[in-house]
Design a binder for this molecule. Structure first.
Ligand code: GDP
Length: 354
């Protein structure tokens, strides 16, 4: 590390009052990409937090630095187990993640919990972020919890979450949970960035009621019927049989993995350890048959593709000629005076003009 970054290093034995360190961080000049990397690899949570803020930033001047940092982090990424967790509000996601996270910490692991919350873009109220969640996990040194980035399209939010995941991996978190609400489009985005997809369900509520689409069940590697405790235990067992039957109707997964249905209680902790053992079994199976590697490679190729498409779209929309012409043509199309295809052609022609 060059002398330039030394101001960030707290000398051993010197207690820094917390107010002072916060001020220092605020006053600190921008770090360079190698300085960020050094802090992240050292496991410095303040630097990790700042790096995440950097990749979440929409300021053009931050973009290059963020990308330089991610490129530097790349050799230190990819070594975690990435698990997506979804379920409708109230299914018990935060309780479950806390229970599973504490189980993993007990096994000596370090856990990062990230979220993609589509609701936070639509309204200021966020389904995943508005309550005190995962208090025990949040206070553990072995866990790192980051709420959903709130600005931008789902594509933009998904990209920031992916990049945050890479930063967390470089910081030594070997398990990453990505939580989302099982009601919208975000499950596909999450599925595209994880190795294992877990659906949390409740017994006694029909699929319609739970708003879970067939497609989400189809992409799940494990369905866990939560709240299998007290009077609810028998109903949960019954639901398990029903979901097992339903899963049989789906086509075999390309991963060679047969999705499982289990019951658990996030509140009492029963079934939680077994769920993690299932995740590990899935890792072993898919690593042995090559699917793990294929899936990760496909994901990075898709991310590149998506980023190109998003970039082209941003470029298109930012063109002043397009900004001027677009509303006019939209009116024409909406009024039925011009076909959508013709309007699109006109705009693309305008865009291609030097
Ligand atoms: P989320 O909206 O999916 O994150 O759900 P929460 O984790 O906030 O849980 C919703 C409610 O269900 C809370 O009151 C939890 O205490 C309760 N809950 C979560 N898991 C269980 C469980 O396994 N058993 C029971 N009985 N209640 C649970």
């Amino acid at each position: 590390m060059s002398g330039d970054g030394d101001f960030l290093i707290v000398q051993p034995g010197v207690e820094q009052p917390s107010s002072l360190s916060v001020k220092n961080i605020k006053r600190a000049r921008r770090l360079s990409a190698p300085e960020y990397l050094e802090g992240i690899l050292r496991g410095d949570r303040a630097v990790l937090g700042r790096a995440i803020t950097l990749v979440e930033s929409s300021r053009p001047q931050d973009h290059q630095l963020a990308q330089d940092l991610l490129q530097l982090c790349l050799p230190h990424t990819g070594r975690s187990i990435r698990v997506g967790i979804t379920g409708v509000p109230g299914a018990g996601k935060s309780t479950f993640i806390e229970a599973l996270g504490m189980e993993l910490i007990g096994r000596g692991e370090r856990v990062a919990v990230l979220a993609i919350d589509p609701s936070s873009q639509l309204s200021r109220g966020s389904i995943l972020g508005d309550k005190t969640r995962m208090e025990r996990l949040a206070s553990s040194d072995s866990a790192f919890i980051r709420p959903s980035p709130s600005a931008g399209s789902l594509g933009g939010v998904a990209r920031r979450t992916r990049e945050t995941m890479l930063l967390c991996e470089a910081a030594g978190f070997r398990t990453v949970f990505i939580e989302t609400v099982g009601v919208g489009q975000s499950e596909t985005a999450v599925n595209d960035m994880v190795d294992f997809f877990l659906l949390l369900m409740l017994a006694g509520a029909g699929d319609e009621l739970q708003g879970i689409k067939r497609g989400i069940m189809e992409m799940s590697d494990l369905i866990a019927i939560n709240k299998a405790d007290g009077e609810n235990t028998a109903r949960a067992r019954l639901a398990r049989c029903e979901y097992e039957t339903a899963l049989h109707l789906f086509a075999a997964q390309p991963s060679g993995w047969t999705p499982k249905v289990v019951t658990c209680s996030a509140l009492s902790g029963s079934g939680i350890a077994e769920i993690w053992d299932t995740v590990l079994e899935h890792q072993r199976t898919t690593r042995a048959n090559g699917y793990f590697e294929i899936r990760r490679r496909t994901q990075v190729r898709n991310w590149m593709q998506e980023t190109i498409e998003q970039g082209l779209l941003d470029h298109f929309r930012a063109d002043p000629r397009i900004a001027k012409k677009l509303p006019e043509l939209e009116t024409e199309v909406a009024a039925g005076r011009l076909t959508s295809a013709r309007a699109a052609e006109i705009l693309l022609d305008v865009f291609r003009r030097p």
